[in-house]
Design a protein around this ligand. Structure first.
Ligand SMILES: Nc1ncnc2c1ncn2[C@@H]1O[C@H](COP(=O)(O)OP(=O)(O)OP(=O)(O)O)[C@@H](O)[C@H]1O
Ligand SMILES: [Mg+2]
Length: 167
């Protein structure tokens, strides 16, 4: 099975992906590391302090792989069987990321991306797989999130209503 996990930084992609990879015995790819390691980038964005991904190279890397979990901000660019979108209340994103000593602008930028549902909108506008799982992690432990994802896979999809613009 091919599973991708996307979402704003701080939604818990890496944490949950590790739990799932173990439970399902699937090889796990962290895209930030992979892109760097395998040169799957076009260049480096100094302003954003991040690699600019080469999406063609990224897709090619996974093309012949039948079983994997790929997690990262742009995981939904990879065709898969299941796409998981993790969400979390913007204030919770900030508190989860505080430990990382990110500059305040970066914290704000991530909270804002989450508020406007940046990743989720990309997925819903152009679904990269037949099964979409969209869940709110705000009041769930990583284990609980993993359980909900497993339920979603069994059910052939699970879409929770999440709207941070409603206040
Ligand atoms: N469901 C959760 N409840 C509480 N804390 C969580 C939850 N999931 C993750 N965390 C914590 O939030 C922080 C960010 O989690 P994680 O690194 O998994 O996010 P991420 O989505 O992979 O972020 P990035 O895109 O920057 O890699 C970590 O300190 C993690 O322990
Ligand atoms: Mg991560």
């Amino acid at each position: 099975m091919k599973i991708t996990i996307t979402g704003t930084p701080g939604t818990g992609k890496t944490t949950v992906a590790k739990i799932l990879a173990e439970r399902l015995s699937l090889p796990l790819y962290n895209l930030t590391g992979l892109i760097k390691e395998k040169n799957l980038y076009l260049g480096y964005d100094n302003k954003r302090d991040a690699f600019i991904v080469n999406t063609e190279k990224l897709k090619n890397f996974f093309e012949n792989k039948k079983n994997f979990i790929a997690e990262g901000l742009i995981a939904h660019y990879i065709p898969s069987d299941v796409t998981v979108i993790l969400r979390a209340r913007p204030e919770v994103i900030i508190s989860r990321l505080k430990e990382r000593n990110y500059p305040p602008e970066k914290l704000k930028e991530n909270a804002e991306s989450e508020r406007i549902a940046f990743c989720a909108t990309e997925v819903f506008q152009n679904p990269p797989s037949p099964v979409i799982i969209h869940i709110d992690t705000t009041s769930r432990t990583p284990e609980e999130v993993a359980n909900v994802i497993m339920e979603g896979i069994s059910a052939g999809g699970l879409i929770e209503d999440v709207d941070w613009l409603e206040g």
